[in-house]
Design a protein around this ligand. Sequence first.
Ligand code: C5P
Length: 218
Amino acid sequence: FVERKLTGKKVIVTAGGTKEAIDPVRFIGNRSSGKMGFSMAKIARDLGAEVTLITTVSADFNNMNIIKVETADEMMKQLKIFFPKSDVLIMAAAVADFKPMQVAEQKIKKNDDEDVFTIKLTKNPDILQTIASTKTNKQFVVGFAAETQNLLSNAEKKLAKKNADVILANNVAETGSGFNVDTNKITLLQKGQEPITWPLMSKNDIAKKFWEFYLQSN
Ligand code: C5P
């Protein structure tokens, strides 16, 4: 990793869970820490890439363009700006599947005679699918699949449906793998190839493994 093998490459990484506003003080979120995306971004930078990190979790890393966003819509907007000029997109963010249909302009007050409060949700756009559908054959797109069951079949479906070059799948029900931990156990899937499973390792080591894989196959 002394050699700067990604010099000249423009890499975009998304990280963290989106926060979908309910009102000015509340949101619907998830447990993603952003760590997997941060590792991907830092290793790419160390290898010489020009990195744009689009993140919902505050980050302070040297030598990369960091863009803070909250919602899936904001993330999509930034990707529409940056993706056309990029070589690689790593979509590590945990994007909420749904967002509140309306965002209340004022803080919602509780009502003494109502014990049940309902929030109507509407589907978020699938960012990966939308962006990857515009990809040229020089661009490389990576998605993640966090599953609790049928890891391989679900990840294979995602690979096809989302037009990604690679899906990095992990079983988040397994100890030491997934959200909020420093380690992950990843299976790499690509079209027409046998899946590759790496042993449980740190997210930094996974990022190193991934970039090694990318450099070998591109
Ligand atoms: O469908 P699922 O959420 O499991 O897919 C995970 C992959 O798709 C991740 O790479 C995630 O960043 C991306 N995704 C997205 N937009 C969504 C949902 C997921 O880009 N609305």
